[in-house]
Design a protein around this ligand. Structure first.
Ligand SMILES: Nc1ncnc2c1ncn2[C@@H]1O[C@H](COP(=O)(O)OP(=O)(O)OP(=O)(O)O)[C@@H](O)[C@H]1O
Ligand SMILES: [Mg+2]
Length: 251
């Protein structure tokens, strides 16, 4: 993917609009024949709160093909983050099955297969922005000049030139969010799960981050699941889904 990234410098707070081609868009019908990157069937998740059982997910089916982007909207508390945690393999469902590129998820595959932008970022506070992005490569055990160059390029693309040496505490909320986006893209994953990746960004920066995610995913045939409350961002994805009453539906 790195050869597709612009290396032109960006202003510290301006996200670089991607110059990548945007002609590729997969519809559910057209996705037949493409690799199914993510396949979830009848996922269920309950939480116990005291003596009460909360049925958050009540049978979620979702398939996402290579290069396809899917948005998920839903009310606060409807279970969007719960669903992404299951899709990431970080949490286990009470019932249902999950496949990553046709295989059962295995933790050792996660760093190569998956890039995640968490709702609360989960940056490592003791290391700077560049090192946080590079952490994805470190987990894979590949950390050389090419990875350093790519991490810097991703920081530039997310508008963070001049912030590479900042610790998370020295970044604004929106800047931290963009470091998390750059980290998710670092290993050129097959799938990106993004949980409200523009929640802390102003309108212009948020638009740019979503454009960047969408164009990189199209160009590199990466699948994207985008949880968002922003209707305009959702409309830009190949498919718009809603989570309601524990199930996914079309808008
Ligand atoms: N560990 C937990 N134990 C008990 N209940 C939980 C737990 N995690 C989440 N919940 C509950 O599950 C429901 C779904 O939470 P979740 O975080 O998935 O919602 P969400 O759709 O992501 O909301 P938001 O848009 O506010 O981020 C909520 O009602 C929440 O209170
Ligand atoms: Mg959430």
């Amino acid at each position: 993917m790195s050869e597709n990234l612009s290396s032109s410098p960006a202003a510290a707070t301006n996200v670089q609009p991607s110059k990548l081609k945007a002609e590729y868009c997969v519809t559910p019908g057209a996705s037949a024949g493409l690799e199914v990157v993510l396949s979830a069937t009848a996922l269920r998740k309950n939480y116990l709160s005291g003596s009460q059982r909360l049925e958050v997910l009540r049978g979620v089916d979702l398939a996402v093909a290579a290069g396809e982007s899917v948005s998920i909207r839903g009310e606060s508390g409807s279970g969007k983050s719960t669903l992404l945690n299951l899709l990431s393999g970080l949490d286990t469902p009470d019932a249902g099955s999950l496949l990553w590129s046709g295989r059962s998820p295995h933790p050792k595959d996660r760093a190569r297969f998956l890039g995640m932008v968490f709702q609360s970022f989960y940056l490592i506070p003791e290391i700077d922005a560049l090192a946080n992005v590079l952490m994805a490569a470190r987990i894979l055990g590949v950390l050389g000049a090419a990875q350093r160059a790519r991490a810097k390029e991703l920081l530039a693309l997310t508008g963070l030139v001049g912030r590479a040496a900042h610790l998370p505490a020295q970044l604004s909320g929106g800047e931290r969010q963009r470091v998390a986006v750059a980290r998710a893209l670092m290993n050129s994953p097959r799938l990106i799960l993004a949980d409200e990746p523009t929640g802390n960004l102003d309108e212009h920066t948020g638009d740019s981050v979503v454009e960047l995610l969408l164009s990189l995913c199209r160009e590199t045939q990466t699948a994207l699941v985008l949880v968002t409350h922003n209707a305009a961002h959702a409309q830009k994805t190949s498919r718009q889904l809603f989570l309601h009453d524990g199930k996914l539906s079309y808008g």
